[in-house]
Write a protein that binds this ligand. Structure first.
Ligand code: BGC
Length: 976
């Protein structure tokens, strides 16, 4: 009965989508918006990160608030990219467990190059969402695999934007065909996990357009997802959640998309800015954000029209959800049927990288010796929010057994005993902690069976299989160290020893790679006879790999990313963090300044521009081990009759016939790359993927005509000078290829007239980050409040403002920093009065606040630090009783100067790269200024003595400020 209801509800949902088209939904939304109070609107814009929902599954990643009086209920969101992620418990059913299917990792799905299977995986996830009452999946993730060490590569699709975007679109369509919603994430340029909330991706406009936004453009335009998740990172100085050009300009105005944008699960520092930029929904959601919105509207900082616009977008999502349509969860997904789809997908995406001398499929039926800890501790997925609570995992060993492969029992026994002993030692490390959940459990080191044992097995086994495995996940990138990108000595010695023993007896060695991204293959690529990339293949993966090894399945996966000879060969390797020590501070909403200002942590220069992955290797003739698109088969294919069938004003249609000329059934993939006509002074990649298609399973001797279409507009490159996509007139080469380096046919087409599509400029990147200057100043820095847009005002504490000099102050430091070409960061408050706690400024003038200010400056590690201010006569002569630093209670001079020296001492030792400039008003206390000058000489600090700058209460007047400006400028330009 519930099932029938579910089907009816899906029909109701489709009805709801139809509503959207004829405008009825929008009219309904208008009516609702008109009747909502400000408080209700604010709560609709902020999610709930609570455990448990109204009635169903115990955990979700988050929900939206409802408005009960209007019949609007909560909606439920869950991760993730490899299947529906939820807890296994349900309210009121403590003895039952509820599971979801663990599908293969995204990188494997992309490696299928098979639209149909990806859509079916999406549809199965959609079914499971309906079964458990989930409205919106927080997936797919489609960021670019820019660097092999990105921790989330397994849940991303490809280094190529077309493959990533198109695969994501298929996933979205499959899922949404079931009436639920998909969220494409993380928008945009989220290709690094280290310092993931602080990291500013500094990308050229062209690279953004052609690589890091192009994948999203394709997914949005082809898939029309219900939601987009803005990323945690920043792009070119703006947090993406607060970027109007990205969220409104590109997503909505340019791509014409009308879904809902949400934040990733953190608490951005600027609710109003995000809301205004077009970030509709704040997730996971913090009640403080509701307050921010209400207060912002009341005091005018947030426009009601922005609130209403965002509420409309949120309602458009809510009113189309299964929950709103009244769909009741059945709690009974068809896990058996879905497991078959997971298996089929895994079989399609496994890539046979190498197969020398017909090492595979395993022949003969004799025993196989299975080595490697990875064969026994198998990774079905990566870690973090893309992991799934699946009912079981078929490991490689389970799979081999199910496929009837004869596994040599003593090797099996050897590993089981070894692992049992090792696990005991790891028991205390591998507790069930959040950290372990996030970063994965520690695995025993690789075993080193002795040569006597290996010789025996080489004698009585047909072949050896060695699994190498790696795991990773969100929040942490992989590292360029042994045990991660590099092999450990134990792994290396196992491979060497097994190869030596087995090859000596003429037996083959097969290496299985169980991982989501590249490793160093130099140590084994020539030694192993066959190499199988199994990825992290989901809960059924062990079966799929065994089927491939046995030959029951002919591999047809193709690489979605390039495998280079060494890490340094990847074009982004110079601009990616390595050897990073994880710190919880760095994942707080606002990371410490020391992180924000450090290269590859706080910011990363995407110096390689558009030359990501094969665009670099292929265009510049760089060596690769396995090129993008590569993947072997047990059969052979011949391609013939490649031709252009027709062309029209929008594009070109091509065809090629693929025949299976080998001994077993198999599938092949036709990849279409374009080469643009040369444009003077503008480099374009040698080949760029524009379309692809996979054949059906071809029996030996059978053939199939594969058809492809490419649009003229999609052949364009992005020109920054005119901010436009241009497909130049001229002759384009269209290559039909089996990998980016294995071109089978080349065709030429002529575009008579140049096509140009101008767009708005997005977030142009500063090529180099500006150095930073920090001002540790007294109340002169009160102008921070009026600091013009574009300058960073990091910290401000001085409570008093001198209006008479405000105007000058507004521009004073800015002028200075402009002339120095540095970014200004302000920090206050410091002065003699602060140090000596005379209470002037009524400030937080205590020793600890002074020390805090200094520490903050040090933490910023600025390029230049201006220390501004000192103390004056009156303070120097103030009664001893008003001083708080009892150690120095004999007089002001003794109060100020030791503190000043201590500050310089700390700065010089803790921020050795910082140039320090002390600016002193010599009109104040000669004794003290002299003391300061002396201290500066001692610590090697530049000291600028200002003369005749006007006094006020110890502070200069406007004319004095101008004088300061020119004196400091002179001094600093001398420094340059
Ligand atoms: C991840 C997102 C995920 C969210 C909710 C965040 O930490 O970056 O991808 O959807 O958590 O679990």
């Amino acid at each position: 009965m519930k099932r029938i209801f579910a089907i009816i509800s899906v029909l109701v949902l489709m009805g709801a989508q139809a509503l959207a088209k004829d405008g009825a939904l929008d009219r309904k939304i208008d009516r609702i918006v008109a009747s909502l109070t400000l408080e209700e609107k604010a709560s609709l814009l902020v999610g709930v990160w609570e455990e448990g929902g109204p009635s169903n599954i115990i955990s979700s990643a988050g929900r939206t608030h409802g408005v009960e009086r209007l019949g609007i209920g909560m909606t439920t969101m869950n991760d993730g990219p490899t299947g529906l992620r939820m807890d296994t418990l349900r309210k009121g059913f403590p003895d039952e467990r509820y599971y979801c299917t663990g599908f293969p990792s995204a990188c494997l799905l992309a490696a299928t190059w098979n639209d149909e299977i990806v859509s079916r995986v999406g549809a199965c996830i959609g079914d499971e969402m309906n079964a458990y009452g989930c409205d919106l999946l927080l997936a797919p993730s489609l960021n670019i695999q820019r660097n092999p060490l990105c921790g989330r590569n397994f849940e991303y699709y490809s280094e190529d934007p077309y493959l990533a975007g198109h695969t994501a679109a298929r996933m979205v369509s499959g899922m949404q065909s079931k009436g639920v919603g998909a969220t494409i994430k993380h928008f945009a340029a989220n290709s690094q996990q280290t310092a993931r909330v602080a990291n500013d991706a500094r990308v050229s406009e062209r690279a953004l357009r052609e690589i890091y936004l192009r994948n999203f453009e394709i997914a949005v335009c082809e898939g029309d997802p219900v939601a987009v998740m803005s990323s945690l990172n920043w792009v070119n100085g703006t947090r993406t959640a607060a970027s109007e050009p990205l969220l409104t300009g590109v997503l909505r105005d340019e791509w014409g998309w009308d879904g809902v944008v949400m934040t990733d699960w953190f608490d951005p520092e600027n609710t109003g800015a995000c809301l205004h930029a077009g970030n509709d929904l704040f997730m996971g959601g913090n009640p403080r954000q509701v307050e921010d919105i209400i207060k912002g509207v009341k005091d005018g900082g947030i426009a009601m029209s922005d609130v209403d616009r965002n509420v409309r977008n949120v309602l458009r999502y809510i009113l189309r959800t299964p929950s709103h349509a009244g769909l009741e969860p059945t709690y009974a997904p068809d896990l058996k049927a879905d497991a078959e789809v997971a298996l089929e997908a895994a079989r399609e995406g496994i890539v046979l990288l190498k197969n020398e001398g017909g090492a595979l499929p395993l022949a003969g039926g004799g025993p196989v010796a299975v080595f490697g800890v990875g064969s026994y501790i198998w990774y079905a997925n990566g870690t973090g929010s893309a992991d799934v609570n699946k009912p079981y995992v078929v490991t490689l060993m389970d799979g081999l057994e199910a496929a009837g492969i004869n596994v040599h029992p003593t090797v099996d026994e050897y590993y089981r005993r070894y692992l049992a002993a090792e696990q005991v030692q790891l028991r205390e490390t591998n507790t069930n902690t959040w950290r372990n959940w996030f970063f994965g459990f520690k695995r025993p080191a690789e075993a080193r069976p002795n040569s006597w044992f290996l010789d025996l097995r080489a004698g009585d086994c047909d072949a050896a299989v060695i699994t190498l495995s790696r795991n990773a996940g969100e929040s942490l990138d992989r590292d360029f160290v042994q045990g991660d990108f590099l092999l450990t000595d134990d792994e290396q010695s196992l491979i060497d020893a097994v190869c030596e023993a087995f090859h000596a007896k003429g037996k083959k060695v097969i290496v299985v790679l169980n991982m989501g991204s590249q490793i160093d293959v130099r140590p084994f690529k020539d030694k192993a006879d066959a190499i199988v990339l199994a990825w992290q293949p989901g809960q059924e993966g062990g079966r799929a790999v065994a089927d491939v090894l046995k030959g029951d399945v002919n591999p047809s996966g193709k690489l979605p990313s390039t495998w280079a000879p060494s890490y340094e060969d990847y074009p982004s390797s110079a601009n990616f963090p390595t050897h990073y020590e994880f710190s919880w501070e760095d994942v707080k909403p606002y990371a410490p300044a020391s992180t924000r200002h450090t290269r590859n942590l706080g910011y990363t220069l995407y110096e390689e521009g558009i030359w990501v992955g094969y665009r670099w290797f292929n265009t510049y003739g760089k060596d690769v081990v396995w090129p993008f698109g590569h993947g072997l088969s047990y059969t052979t294919f011949e391609w013939s009759d490649a031709r252009i069938i027709s062309r029209d004003s929008e594009g070109v249609n091509l065809a090629v016939t693929v025949a299976n000329t080998g001994p077993v059934p198999g599938k092949d993939v036709v990849q279409l790359y374009s080469t643009a006509p040369k444009t003077e002074g503008f480099d374009t990649p040698l080949r760029e993927l524009r379309a692809y298609a996979k054949t059906s399973l071809l029996e030996p001797g059978c053939s199939e005509e594969v058809r492809l279409r490419v649009k003229w507009a999609d052949l364009a490159s992005f020109h920054e000078d005119s901010h436009s996509w241009i497909s130049p007139a001229g002759t384009y080469r269209l290559s039909l290829a089996s990998s980016v380096e294995d071109v089978r046919s080349e065709l030429e087409v002529r575009l008579k007239k140049k096509l140009e599509r101008p767009v708005k400029a997005v977030l142009a990147a500063p090529a180099e980050p500006k150095p930073t200057a920090v001002v540790l100043g007294d109340s002169y820095s009160t102008f921070a409040k009026q600091i013009p847009e574009g300058y960073k005002c990091w910290y401000f504490t001085s409570p008093k403002e001198d209006n008479d000099v405000c105007e000058v102050r507004q521009t004073w430091w800015c002028q200075l920093c402009d002339s120095l070409g540095v970014d200004l960061v302000l920090n206050s408050s410091y002065s003699g009065s602060t140090v000596c706690n005379t209470g002037y400024h009524g400030a937080d003038a205590t020793e600890s606040s002074f020390v805090t200010r200094v520490s903050e400056c040090i933490e910023l590690q600025p390029d230049i630090l201006f220390i501004f201010g000192g103390t004056n006569d009156s303070w120097a002569k103030s009664p001893v009783g008003s001083l708080k630093y009892s150690d120095w209670s004999e007089g002001d001079l003794k109060c100020f100067l030791p503190a000043f020296c201590r500050m310089l001492d700390r700065i010089k030792t803790e921020a050795p790269g910082t140039k320090v400039v002390n600016i002193v008003n010599s009109d104040l206390s000669p004794e003290i200024t002299e003391g300061q000058a002396e201290a500066c000489r001692h610590y090697g600090v530049t000291c600028v003595m200002l003369h005749d700058i006007g006094k006020g209460h110890g502070h200069p007047n406007s004319a004095g400020m101008k004088a300061i400006c020119s004196q400091v400028l002179d001094c600093v330009s001398a420094m340059k």
